[in-house]
Design a protein around this ligand. Structure first.
Ligand code: ADP
Length: 247
């Protein structure tokens, strides 16, 4: 009995080690594109003086956008490794969700526009008061937007909404893409898990794990509605702070 358990444990260790090795490989691969673009456009600007101001501006935009992208990827990996070591801390403060969301979407929009996407935003500013870690929530939103774009298939429209429901604040990201089979919907939040619908897409299965970790730290939750071939709607639900008013 003890031997069987030991063997099971060893094979689980081996699987996790393999997942970690795959993870490092996939991350390195994903870092390559922004780094290559930044280098390419930087070198082009250095080597040729004859570009018009408009052309130069275009190149600077690529460099700025890709550097943002690079920081987002690095933040994601750092957050993951901190969680892994039990060292991730969140700083919750009362703030306006809508303004953090619109800042994040503004930066991200430039990246998606290049790929032909349209992001529609409907942000209700009158939300119940909530406490949150702005960097972490912005990261959760980027992860959801990344996925919405990656799993959109032919569709090019994504919606971001914030609104109030039953005294909670909700942040929602909707796509009209490939969707997620019902039996996969719980599993996709597990560390390193990737559903069969992701087979042809790059990635390493930590985005939603981070999203759930972030929402747990906010005493909130994630809801998912999805239909294969119809699209997905992820909702982050933040409980309102107890303002102590007994009125
Ligand atoms: P990654 O996208 O890097 O694989 P995530 O943790 O972000 O990792 O997502 C886990 C899995 O959930 C994905 O591999 C994919 O199968 C599925 N998934 C996530 N978001 C969506 C979405 N918007 N539409 C369809 N499938 C999704």
């Amino acid at each position: 009995m003890g031997v069987v358990l030991l063997i099971r444990d060893l094979s689980r260790d081996a699987r996790v080690n393999q997942l970690r090795a795959d993870f490092v490989g996939a991350v390195s691969h994903e870092l390559k594109t922004p780094i290559t673009l930044i280098r390419l456009y930087g070198e082009t600007l250095l080597e040729d003086e004859d570009f018009s101001p408009a052309e130069r501006r275009g190149f600077y935009e690529v460099i700025t956008r890709e550097s943002h992208r690079l920081s987002q990827l690095i933040d994601k990996v750092l957050a993951f490794s901190k969680i892994d070591r039990g060292e991730k801390h969140y700083h919750l403060e009362q703030a306006e969700l809508a303004s953090v969301v619109s800042r994040t979407v503004d930066v991200y929009k430039q990246y998606l526009r290049r790929r032909g996407f349209l992001i529609e935003t409907q942000l209700d500013a009158a939300l119940p008061p909530i406490r949150f870690d702005a960097d972490a929530v912005s990261q959760a939103l980027v992860n959801l937007l990344d996925n919405a774009a990656k799993y959109s298939g032919e569709s090019k429209s994504i919606a971001v909404r914030s609104y109030a429901v039953n005294g909670s604040a909700v942040l929602e990201v909707e796509d009209h893409g490939v969707g997620i089979a019902h039996e996969e919907q719980e599993k996709i939040f597990d560390r390193f898990y990737r559903a069969p619908n992701a087979a042809t897409k790059g990635g390493y299965g930590i985005g939603l794990y981070l999203v759930r970790h972030i929402m747990d730290a906010h005493s909130g939750r994630v809801e998912l509605e999805s239909e294969p071939q119809r699209g997905s709607r992820f909702r982050l639900i933040f409980p309102a702070v107890d303002t102590g008013s007994q009125a």
